[in-house]
Design a protein around this ligand. Structure first.
Ligand code: FMN
Length: 158
């Protein structure tokens, strides 16, 4: 089957996801973050999660320089943050947007949940790299509603 890129993207987009900001702080550099919806659970024991990074991303060098990262799952009122950290050349974290987690990683303030991870594996995945993280700490706030992304649109759960 000949795969049309646009149609393939649109078909993948029919799978609704949450929205995260993946953050990291390479030594000697500024803390940075990138919006991602490729986050998924992998394993309970050990506690593993994954997300994937476009090889062409501005953040590629930053994520190549780290051995740990954090995932912050955005709340329904954090659409502006999602847009901000999805823009090109807009990945330096603003001080008011983050606090430090237990392992010293930047965590987005007001997120529904966060997962601090050591990199467990990094596997090639076509035009993406798949990061598998071993969760060292996590936090979750059951009272918050997540931001949802579906067919290229943000929405919230009713
Ligand atoms: C809702 C949403 C989800 C995204 N998910 C991912 C993702 O999982 N992986 C990824 O590499 N880029 C993802 N992006 C794109 C990046 O956030 C960023 O916009 C893109 O990499 C282009 O900017 P850059 O070259 O500065 O990285 C997503 C963007 C949006 C708006």
């Amino acid at each position: 089957m000949q795969i049309d890129n646009r149609e393939f993207r649109d078909a993948l987009g029919t799978f609704p996801t949450g929205v995260c900001i993946i953050t990291a702080h390479p030594q000697g550099q500024k803390p940075f973050g990138m919006t991602a919806n490729s986050f998924a659970a992998v394993s309970l024991d050990p506690a593993l999660i994954l997300w994937s990074l476009q090889n062409s991303s501005d953040c590629f060098d930053g994520f190549s320089a780290i051995d740990k990262f954090a995932v912050s799952v955005l709340a329904s009122d954090q659409l502006a943050l999602s847009d901000q950290y999805a823009r090109r050349n807009s990945h330096d974290l603003k001080p008011q947007h983050f606090r430090l987690g237990k392992s010293g990683l930047p965590i987005i303030r007001g997120a529904v949940s966060s997962f601090e991870c050591n990199i467990w594996a990094k596997n090639p995945g076509g035009d993406h790299v798949i990061f598998i993280g071993e969760v060292t700490h996590f936090e979750s706030n059951a009272n918050k509603q997540p931001l949802v992304f579906s067919s290229g649109q943000y929405c919230a759960l009713r």
